[in-house]
Design a protein around this ligand. Structure first.
Ligand code: PHE
Length: 442
């Protein structure tokens, strides 16, 4: 992506950004985090955070990207704030760690494609998950996934990404709608909906602060925000586009797909008699495999589903690799091919422990997602709201058709609520990570 081409169509950009946003975060991570964190109350807090914390920070990334027309590392010097380059460095490190375990989960998906084809999980969905999620096979498929991602990097903006994303989004939505309708017919559906969709106001009030840290991590992860991906994608945008409208569409599409995933997974949990909080990190896979086992023609549907999930995971992983590779090219001056090969090797090695022990996966996820990603988000909010505000308003206003107070409102949302909430959750998550490390690794 060396040359500065712009997106062939508005739809092309939106679909590619949605391609980055929609991935394992929506279908694997969102349901199990929601299940672990109390269901409907979590959903409410999460939706609020996506709209009022995640989206404003995503817009900071778009503004920096469009003004600088550069990748995450070169962007800050290009707009005259070279000493905020640290955001790019932290983003690249965060992306590196995320990709190291994201690829492991991507490898699970590849194994589930084969498992669906051969009917391997029909006997016991849980035993199959155990087999898929740790061991040499896990490491092997992890590597395969990383190599696929590196392969996609060769295609360039318009060709590869736009074409993939155009097909991807409608097919994910179509198949998931179908599965959600099937899930609605299962015996446990009503209980599933109750757990997932009807928040109890009293619990919401008492638990909101406890839910906040996990919900914030998930909000940034699912929107691909905090790493610098959206700086890179925004750098390919023209000035006549409303960033607000585009950001809103991306957020809406991403949220709908996550909510839809819950509409499949929760009825299935209850139909299978799994208590939602007990499922753990494999809950989504176990419950989906269980659903495909009972669904007529489930092996075929399962195969198609996991192929689509793989594509969704690849477009997300691709966007992260792009950030890392730009960073390496920028700091070492090496050729794109070497930078790609070097990062792929590094990502694989760093991720290896997570392919052998799920405890490591939990720890990596807690560090990258709940701490580093939110640190990136906080720095972006501080930078956008307090340092770069005047220029940010000018850039944000280009192509904007909405009332004039909107840009100012955006800056004030960043300045106070976003900074306060992110500082709080970051502190909580750091305490939590230390505890996780102590309990699961030491
Ligand atoms: N948003 C992606 C998903 O939900 C993951 C991702 C995180 C992608 C951070 C880019 C940056 O799967």
């Amino acid at each position: 992506m060396g040359s500065r081409e712009t997106w062939a169509t508005r739809l092309g950009f939106i679909l590619a950004a949605i391609g980055s946003a929609v991935g394992l975060g929506n279908i694997w991570r969102f349901p199990f985090i929601t299940a672990e964190s109390g269901g409907a109350a979590f959903l409410v807090v999460y939706l609020l955070l996506v709209a009022f914390i995640g989206l404003p920070v995503m817009l900071v990334e778009f503004v920096i990207g469009r003004e600088s027309k550069q990748n995450v590392v070169d962007a800050f010097p290009a707009i005259g704030y070279g000493n905020w380059k640290a955001i790019g460095v932290i983003g690249s490190i965060t992306g590196f760690i995320i990709l190291s375990y994201y690829s492991v989960v991507g490898g699970w998906v590849i194994q589930y494609i084969f498992g669906s084809l051969t009917g391997a999980y029909t006997g016991s969905a849980e035993a199959y998950f155990g087999q898929v999620s740790s061991g040499l096979n896990t490491a092997g498929f992890d590597l395969l996934f990383i190599l696929l991602v590196a392969g996609v990097v060769g295609f360039g903006v318009r060709d590869g990404l736009e074409r993939a994303a155009k097909l991807l989004v409608p097919s994910v939505v179509g198949l998931m709608l179908f599965l959600a309708v099937y899930a609605a017919t299962l015996p446990g559906a009503a209980e599933g909906y109750a757990y997932y969709l009807s928040p109890n106001l009293a619990t919401l009030r008492s638990d909101a602060l406890a839910i906040l840290p996990a919900a914030a991590g998930q909000a940034f992860f699912t929107l691909s925000t905090g790493v610098g991906v959206m700086i890179t994608y925004g750098s390919y945008l023209d000035e006549d586009r409303s960033l607000l409208r585009d950001g809103f569409v991306i957020m809406l599409a991403d949220t709908c797909i996550a909510v839809l995933a819950g509409l499949i997974v929760f009825p299935v949990f209850f139909a299978q008699g799994i208590a939602p909080g007990d499922g753990g990190i494999g809950a989504t896979f176990v419950s989906l495999a269980g659903a495909f086992t009972t669904l007529p023609g489930g092996r075929l549907v399962g195969t198609v589903f996991f192929v689509i999930l793989l594509l969704a995971a690849l477009t997300s992983a691709f966007s992260i690799l792009e950030v890392i590779v730009s960073f390496i090219i920028d700091t070492t001056g090496s050729a794109r091919s070497y930078a790609t090969a070097g990062s792929v090797a590094g990502i694989f090695i760093v991720g290896l422990p997570t392919a052998f022990d799920l405890q490591y996966l939990t720890v990596y996820d807690a560090i990258a997602n709940n701490v580093l990603l939110l640190l990136g988000g906080l720095l972006l909010a501080l930078f956008g709201g307090w340092v770069y505000a005047t220029d940010a308003i000018t850039e944000f206003s280009k192509g904007l058709t909405s009332p004039q107070f909107i840009p100012k409102l955006w800056i004030w949302v960043l300045r106070v609520p976003v900074v306060v909430v992110l500082s709080y959750v970051l502190y909580q998550n750091i305490v939590d990570v230390i505890q996780t490390i102590q309990t699961s690794l030491l």
